[in-house]
Design a protein around this ligand. Sequence first.
Ligand code: XUL
Length: 542
Amino acid sequence: MAFYLGLDSSTQSLTGLVLEVSGNAKQVVFRRSIEFDAEFPQYGTRTGVLPHDDPLVAASSPILWAEALDRFMQILGSESDFALTGLRAVSGAAQQHGSVYLNAGAAARLRELDPGRPLSVQVGPMLSRPDAPIWMDASTTAECAAITEALGGAAAVRELTGSSACERFTGPQIRKMHDREPAAYRATDRIHLVSSFLASLLTGRHAALDHGDASGMNLMDLGSRRWSEKALRATAPGLARRLPELVAPWSIVGRLAPYWTERHGLPPAKVVAWTGDNPSTAIGVGLVDAATVAVSLGTSDTVFGLLSGARTDPSGAGHVFVAPTGEPMALVCFRNGSLARERVRDACGLDWEGFSRALAETPAGNGGRVMLPWFEPEITPPVLAPGARRYGLDERDGRANVRAVVEGQMLAAARHTAWMGPRAGTIHATGGAARNREILQVVADVFEAEVRPVAAADAAALGAALRAWHADLLDEGEGIGWEEVVAGIARPAPGDVVRPIAAHVEIYRTMARAYAACESHALGEGPDPTPLLEAIRSEIAS
Ligand code: XUL
C-alpha cells in the first residue's frame, strides 16, 4: 500500500488530498480545503486577491500561500489516520501565470528552513517584492505590445510560445516589474511561478519548473521546450539567470525537506514537479486522449483538451500549453466564471437552489436576450473596461439575468474554442458549478455534446496525486500508461450524463449568431445588433 499527496493552491483556497494505491485500486483517504479569506483574514484578501484601486491590477501574497501550506501539512500530520511513513510522493498544482520574486538570500534560507518557526515568517525575508501578480491581472497591455513588436508580431509570438502576448502571462508581468520597479527587479535573484515557488518550499531549494506551467509565460519555446533567448531578450535584461530550470512534468525535483519531517512528522517523500491547475485538472478529469474536452467551472471558467495536431488560435485568445502527458493541450480561459455567476445570484437574492430553479423555469434562448458577463475585465475576448453588457435584458429581471449569465458564458465558450477543432467525444465537466445540472444542460445544448460530470471534487489536487504516483512508478523503473493512471478514479461515473436537447440545440445555433453580433458591437467592431436581435426573437419564438 502506498500513499500520494496532491495539493492545489488555487486563487481562493488550498486543497490537498491523499490517494491510497493498493495494486490497481485507488481511493482518496484524506481531504482538506483551506479558504484563504476566511482562515487568514489578516492578509486582507477578497476572493484570494489583495484589494487595489486599479481594477486592472490583481496580486496576492506568497506569504499567505506559504502559511496555508504549513497549515495543511500540520493538519495532515496531526489528523490523518493512515501511516504517514507510507507517503511516497507529493505533487501539486497552482493557479497559473502568477509570479513570485525571490532575493539572493532565498537559496540559503530555503536550505535552512527552521522547523521551530512557522514557514510564513521565514518566507517574508526571501522576497524581493512582497506581493505576487496573479492571473487576474490585466495591467500589462503596453508591455504586451512592446514584446509583440520585439518578436515580430502576434503570429510570431504564438508560433514561438503557443500564445499571443497576454496581460496575465508572466513575461509581460516581468517586463512591467523591470520597467516600473527597477530596484526590485535588480534585487531579484529567482522568479518562480506559484507552482515552482511552493515546490521550492517543500524541497528546501529552488525547484525546477515543469513545461506545462512554463507554457503560460510567453517565455518558453514550445517547440524545443527551452527558454527562448529571443523571448527573454524581448522581456527584460538578465532574465535567463533569474529563471528556474525547465523539466518534463513527471520529473522528481527533490524530497520533502527536514522542515516538514521535524515540524509535521512527514517522511522525506519524493516531490514531483508541480504544474498549473489546468494541466493538472486534465489528469484529474481523465483527459488522456484528444477526443475529449474538459469544461472547468471555477473561479475562472476554462475549456481545454489535448491537441492531436499542431495548431494555435489565430484570434489570439486561446493558448497551447504542455499537458502532464507531454502532449500539447489547447486552453481558453474566461475570467468571469464563478464570481460572475455568484454576483448575479446575489443580486437576485437567490441561493444556488434558487439559481437552478430560475434556470429550469426560463426558456432556452431567453427570448433572444443576451448578456456579455464582463463584470470584471475579461480575458476572452480581451476587455479592459469592466461592466456587464445587456442586450434587450432588464437588469431587474432576476430570473432572466440568471439564464443570461450562464448562456452568455457558454455561448462565449463555444465561440472562442471553435479553433480547437471538432471533437468526437464527450465533455468532462468539473469545478464547483459542475454540480449544477441546469448549468450542465446549457453546456450540453450549446456545445451539442454529451456532458459527463466528473464526480471527484478537486480535480486539480486529484490530478496532482495521480501525477505523483505516475512519476514515482517511472522513477522506480515501472512505466505506466496514462489510461491506467486515471482508470477507476478520474473518470465520470458510468451512466451519469447530460444529453443535449434537440430543440434547444436549434435555438442555440441561432443564439450563437445573436451572441456574436452583441460581442462584435460591444468590442466596437460591429453595428448595433438590435435589428438582428428582434428578428432572432421572432425566429426562436416560432
Ligand atoms: C489559465 C488561467 C486560470 C488560472 C486560474 O490560463 O489563467 O485558469 O490558472 O487558476
